[in-house]
Design a protein around this ligand. Structure first.
Ligand code: HEC
Length: 187
C-alpha cells in the first residue's frame, strides 16, 4: 500500500532499522532533504489545495474533510476521476494540472491519516505554505511561523535545507526540488 511502502522507503533513507511493515512509533515519509538552490526553483501552486477545499468542497464534506467517512468508498485508482468530477460538477470550480494533482494527494493524506503541506506562494524571502491544521511545519535552516489556521510562513528561505509537516508521530518530508507539495514521493 502507498503509505506503507513510502514509509519504508523513508525509513531506509534515514537509516532507521525495523522497517518490516509493522506499526512504528515514528514514520518518516519522503526522500532525503534537498539543498536550498533547488528550493528557489520550485514554482508555488497557483491554487492552494486546502483553501480551495474549504471554499469549494467543505460545505458538503465538512471543514478539512471532517464529514468524509474514511477510508473512501472510491478505490484509489478512481479517486482522481471522482475528485475531478466533483470539482467540475457540484463544486462548480473546475481544476486541472498541478492544482488537481495536489488536491488528489491532499485526499490521499486524509485517507492515510498523514499531514499534508503545499507551497502556495512567495513573498520576497518568505515562503508561504498551506498545512493540515493539526500539523506543524518543521524547517531545518529556516524558521516556520503559523500565521493562520492552516497557513504558515517560512522565513530565511534561502537557507532552508529541509521542510516537513509533522502530525503526532507522522512526519512527511516535502520533496524539495521535485514538487511543491507532499505526497508525491512514491507515485
Ligand atoms: C453539493 C455537495 C457536494 C460538493 C460541493 C462536493 N461534493 Fe463530493 N460528494 C458529494 C456527495 C453527495 C457524494 C457521495 C455520492 C457520490 O459519490 O456522488 C460525494 C462524494 C465524494 C467523494 C467520494 C467519497 C468516497 O467515500 O468514495 C469524494 C472523494 C469527493 N466527493 C470529493 C469532493 C471534492 C474534492 C469536492 C470539491 C472539489 C467535492 N467533493 C464537492 C457531494 C458534494
Amino acid at each position: 500500500m502507498w503509505a506503507t511502502r513510502a514509509a519504508c522507503v523513508g525509513a531506509l533513507a534515514l537509516g532507521l532499522a525495523g522497517c518490516d511493515g509493522n506499526a512504528r512509533s515514528e514514520r518518516e515519509i519522503g526522500g532525503p532533504a534537498s539543498d536550498a538552490v533547488e528550493l528557489a526553483s520550485i514554482k508555488p501552486l497557483d491554487v492552494g489545495p486546502i483553501s480551495y477545499f474549504e471554499d469549494s468542497c467543505a460545505r458538503c464534506h465538512g471543514a478539512f474533510g471532517d464529514l468524509y467517512a474514511l477510508p473512501f468508498v472510491t478505490p484509489d485508482e478512481e479517486l482522481p476521476r471522482v475528485i475531478e468530477e466533483m470539482a467540475a460538477g457540484p463544486a462548480q470550480a473546475p481544476l486541472d494540472g498541478a492544482p488537481l494533482a495536489a488536491l488528489i494527494d491532499y485526499h490521499r493524506s486524509m485517507r492515510d491519516g498523514l499531514p499534508f503541506a503545499a507551497l502556495v506562494g512567495r513573498e520576497g524571502e518568505h515562503l508561504v505554505f498551506e498545512v493540515t491544521p493539526d500539523a506543524a511545519l518543521e524547517v531545518d535552516g529556516g524558521a516556520a511561523t503559523r500565521v493562520g489556521p492552516y497557513l504558515w510562513r517560512v522565513s530565511n528561505a534561502s537557507g532552508v535545507m529541509s521542510i516537513r509537516a509533522r502530525q503526532g508521530d507522522a512526519g512527511v518530508v516535502l520533496p524539495l526540488g521535485e514538487s511543491p507539495w507532499t505526497g508525491r514521493v512514491s507515485d
